[in-house]
Write a protein that binds this ligand. Structure first.
Ligand SMILES: *Cc1c(COP(=O)(O)O)cnc(C)c1O
Length: 436
């Protein structure tokens, strides 16, 4: 599909993108934003209100990317905006403790039954990096087990994939990562308990932790059986390895206490990001008091941050999370999302289209298959061509999905039933073209 096929105008976005290429590698500050796997130039967004965003060419879209997950309350939420403005008037950062940090810490710990202490950082990547150091510091062991199809930010030792055959040592997926770092990571397929048991038998004595996205949502939505997560918990106890739930997406999203609460499984360490900052750069890691006691200045595991827990970011997080603890919030989000995707799914089934919409809470994914997908290797790369058409057709109709078929969609509290009905009609029309 060529550029000229576009019926909506993207001239201003195209011009800004051409300019951006002079300043930034690939014209962007985070790779997937470059629209490499969908058609046309990336949209330059200038405004967002509720569930709608407006680009520089004044096209409006119902947004299901929601800044990649943080905006569970939609764009420009009144309470967040007001709290940020009120806070920013007093200064942006002091590099000292501040009361808003206490308030956000208390709100989280009071409402999250699986953790006792938390440390704020400034991104999900930083949270994961710090959590790995903590796990290594606590156990005195160095290796990490991760799963193919889970993304944990751009931490060196986690930008790895499985090697060929039965070799489980990681092979880096990025240049610039020493082989010796990649070798510290063992990579396993999701949902295969036997493989995990084998690797633990061989490597548990040198393994600090197992890290998993309990709701893997960065490579499609690879919903796991609870029994697999429970198996991880039991094996970690048996082999004296720490379990890290990377809840940067699922935390405060599928539930206030995230996937841990959804599945009722307690990992040893959590990582958070995205929603926790209400749209500002915040990450965090958290655990029981004993484990967190290893962090400096209480303990020997060093971790610090110049802008960590700055008042503006804390104000945004606080204003967001206060709205999430309202009774029924998550039930409402899940019900709304389920109705939305089920309607489209029913339509597709009636038409005989091979597409399904796995979902959990307010996360959904468009999977061009009718099979249940639980691991990364089950995704057919050829289906990404169908996604490309869908993405294009949706943009023409005013619906924005993240620009890759491996990305999930997010429904926010600002998507009303009427917005979702409108989006569903457009989705159906776009799918008619995909399957024409
Ligand atoms: C987004 C994400 C990260 C990385 O967070 P950044 O804020 O982008 O550094 C880590 N883990 C998971 C599960 C994520 O979804």
């Amino acid at each position: 599909m060529s550029f000229e096929d576009h019926t909506i105008k993207r001239d201003r976005s195209a011009a800004l993108f051409a300019e951006a290429k002079q300043y930034f590698p690939g014209g962007v500050n985070s790779p997937v934003r470059a629209f490499k796997s969908v058609s046309g130039p990336p949209l330059f967004i200038k405004e967002g209100h509720g569930c709608r965003i407006t680009d520089e060419d004044d096209n409006q879209y119902i947004d299901f990317c929601c800044s990649w997950g943080p905006l569970i309350l939609g764009h420009n939420n009144d309470l967040i905006r007001e709290r940020v403005i009120e806070t920013v008037k007093k200064g942006t950062s002091f590099g000292t403790p501040n009361r808003l940090g206490n308030q956000l810490g208390k709100l989280i710990l009071d409402n999250h039954p699986y953790i006792e202490k938390i440390r704020f950082v400034s991104s999900g990547t930083e949270a994961v990096m710090s959590a790995l150091r903590l796990a290594r510091g606590v156990t005195g062991k160095s290796k990490v087990i991760k799963f193919e199809g889970c993304y944990h930010g751009h931490v060196d030792s986690l930008l790895v994939k499985a090697g060929s055959g039965l070799v489980t040592f990681g092979v880096s997926t990025s240049a610039g990562i020493p082989e010796s770092f990649a070798k510290e990571t063992l990579v396993l397929p999701l949902n295969q308990p036997e493989r995990l048991e084998q690797v633990l038998q061989q490597h548990a004595h040198e393994t600090a932790c197992i890290i998993i996205e309990p709701v893997p949502a960065n490579n499609g939505l690879l919903l796991q059986d609870r029994s697999f997560l429970q198996f991880l918990r039991e094996k970690c106890d048996e082999y004296n390895v720490l379990l890290i739930f990377d809840e940067v997406i699922s935390g405060f999203r599928v539930n206030f206490a995230g996937a841990a609460a959804h599945y009722d499984i307690r990992p040893d360490i959590f990582t958070f990001g995205k929603i926790i900052g209400g749209g500002m750069p915040v990450g965090a890691y958290a655990a029981g008091a004993e484990i967190m006691g290893h962090i400096a200045p209480d303990g020997p595991v060093y971790q610090a941050g110049t802008l960590s827990a700055n008042p503006v970011a804390m104000a945004a997080g606080l204003a967001a999370l206060e709205q999430l603890i309202a009774p029924g919030f998550y039930e409402g989000m899940a019900a709304k999302t389920s109705r939305f995707v089920s309607g489209i799914e029913q339509y597709c089934r009636d038409k005989g289209y091979t597409v399904s919409f796995p979902h959990i809470g307010s996360i959904f994914w468009v999977a061009f298959t009718n099979d249940r997908i639980v691991s990364a290797d089950q995704i057919d790369p050829a289906s990404m061509e169908q996604f490309k058409v869908l993405h294009h057709e949706l943009l023409q109709r005013g619906v924005y999905l993240g620009p890759s078929g491996y990305e999930v969609g997010f429904v926010s509290a600002a998507h009303s039933e009427a917005d979702l009905e409108e989006a569903a009609v457009k989705m159906k029309a776009a799918l008619d073209i995909v399957f024409k």
